[in-house]
Design a protein around this ligand. Structure first.
Ligand SMILES: Cc1ncc(COP(=O)(O)O)c(C=O)c1O
Length: 197
């Protein structure tokens, strides 16, 4: 049961927001460490947080200070300019990930779109695949986001209905793990997919 205060915000969000999500019926007001409070003062242990994104908890004093210091000096610039924090960030991420360079994205869907582009260009330019013949094998039951290309290879009709025509160039195979063969590197469902095609 939600209170009338929470109901008020839930109704407002439904009225003015596009109907593309179904949040849990709780209206959050503040967070500290691993805890959250709703607008009625009820306290929760946050075990969901920014699911499928990196969570850094709530209101960590060091993060607040860094945010405050940087935004008081320079908040937002475009990639038309160089900045000191961005250069330092790229260096740090490259060092801790052990990848030679970094391409930053705003969303997971953009990252997947970029991986598709990188794989296709590698296929054409390095592997010698004839133009527009590239095929990427995707896992049955995948979820990678909601862009037109990504939903093109979804096996869930609720992500696709009414959004065609779709991007070609994807073939679906059962994900190793759903077939229970236990072979991982030599999965039988991938092998039977290869035989079929
Ligand atoms: C497994 C997985 N991949 C990709 C995405 C897409 O990420 P974004 O919503 O940041 O585009 C999500 C987000 O829900 C996800 O859960």
């Amino acid at each position: 049961m939600t209170s009338s205060l929470q109901d008020n915000f839930i109704k407002k969000e439904s009225l003015y927001g596009a109907q593309n999500y179904s949040p849990l019926s709780v209206v959050l007001e503040k967070g500290e460490g691993a805890y959250l409070w709703d607008v009625d003062g009820n306290k929760y242990l946050d075990m969901v947080s920014a699911y499928s994104a990196v969570s850094h908890g709530h209101s960590h004093p060091e993060l607040i200070k860094t945010l405050h210091d940087q935004s008081s000096k320079l908040a937002i610039t475009s990639r038309a300019f160089y900045t000191e924090p961005f250069a330092n960030f790229l260096e740090k991420l490259s060092n801790i990930s052990d990848f030679e360079s970094v391409l930053t994205m705003n969303t997971g869907a953009e990252a997947v779109e970029t991986a598709i582009k990188a794989a296709r260009r590698w296929g054409y330019f390095s592997k010698g695949i004839p133009e527009d013949d590239a095929e990427i094998i995707v896992a049955n039951g995948n979820f990678h986001g909601r862009t037109t290309t990504i939903v093109s290879f979804s096996s869930d009709s609720s992500y696709k209905d009414g959004f065609g025509p779709f991007t070609p160039g994807f073939e679906t195979a059962d994900y190793c793990g759903s077939c229970e063969c236990g072979l991982i590197d030599n999965c039988l469902s991938i092998k039977s997919f290869e035989k079929k095609n």
